[in-house]
Design a protein. Structure first.
Length: 236
């Protein structure tokens, strides 16, 4: 039997699918990124408004920030540069507008890094985790994914695409559980977001680190409102 060469480097694609699967224990299902608050207010109420909301998050909100942080962490890990990785991680934690958004990235980041190291031991990630523990630093989820995918030999663009698709899928799942769409509409949204994610990745690949930032004030206001929402399904 002829074995074809793996263009992704070893078992990189397998690991990416495992790490970004809903079954990977990061607790992603418990976060709505402020969506629960806007569903409660009626601002997001159907398939069209949900698609617009998710698109804005991906291209101008936390998706944009995370794609950039993942890029910087990926490049740092490829170069064995833990100091650069620490810097990317700190920026990823700091660029969160609300307490719930900070919780969302750091809780998932800590769970991702711990589980990844337990199941797929990697010396560079172990060294980074030790430095974080020593300094009491939190883990930005995107930085963790960026570092892990780099060490697994995954191309940056593929890692960013997988990450943003997983973010979109989680928000669609939140919309399903909040009762504003059905499963088929959820898949229609994901299909419509395919070129949106492609454009977002292309932008992140050419942006400079100095251009880090977001412009989704409505999402941030929704996150703030969610912090005091009386009845909640989600942590954010």
């Amino acid at each position: 039997m002829t074995v074809m060469p793996d263009p992704l480097g070893g078992n990189g694609l397998y690991r990416l699918l495992a790490w970004l699967s809903p079954g990977f224990p990061t607790g992603a299902f418990s976060y709505s990124h402020g969506l629960e608050a806007v569903v409660e207010s009626g601002a997001v109420r159907d398939s069209a408004s949900l698609q617009n909301w998710i698109s804005a998050v991906l291209t101008s909100g936390s998706g944009r920030i995370d794609a950039d942080i993942l890029r910087d962490a990926h490049r740092a890990a490829l170069e064995d540069d833990i100091e650069a990785l620490m810097l990317a991680n700190r920026r990823g934690v700091a660029f969160r507008a609300t307490a719930e958004m900070a919780l969302e990235t750091t809780a998932q980041g800590a769970a991702f890094l711990a589980t990844c190291r337990a199941a797929w031991p990697e010396p560079f990630l172990d060294r980074w985790a030790a430095m974080l523990d020593e300094g009491g630093g939190a883990v930005c989820y995107a930085a963790g994914v960026g570092a892990a995918t780099a060490r697994a030999g995954l191309p940056l663009g593929l890692a960013q695409t997988g990450y943003l698709q997983a973010m979109a899928a989680n928000l669609v799942s939140a919309g399903l559980r909040l009762g504003i769409i059905g499963q088929t509409d959820g898949q229609r949204i994901l299909a419509a977001l395919e070129p949106v994610i492609g454009t977002a990745v292309a932008g992140a690949l050419r942006r400079e680190p100095s251009q880090l930032g977001s412009a989704t004030f409505a999402v941030e206001l929704a996150s703030m409102a969610h912090e005091t929402q009386y009845s909640r399904l989600f942590r954010s």
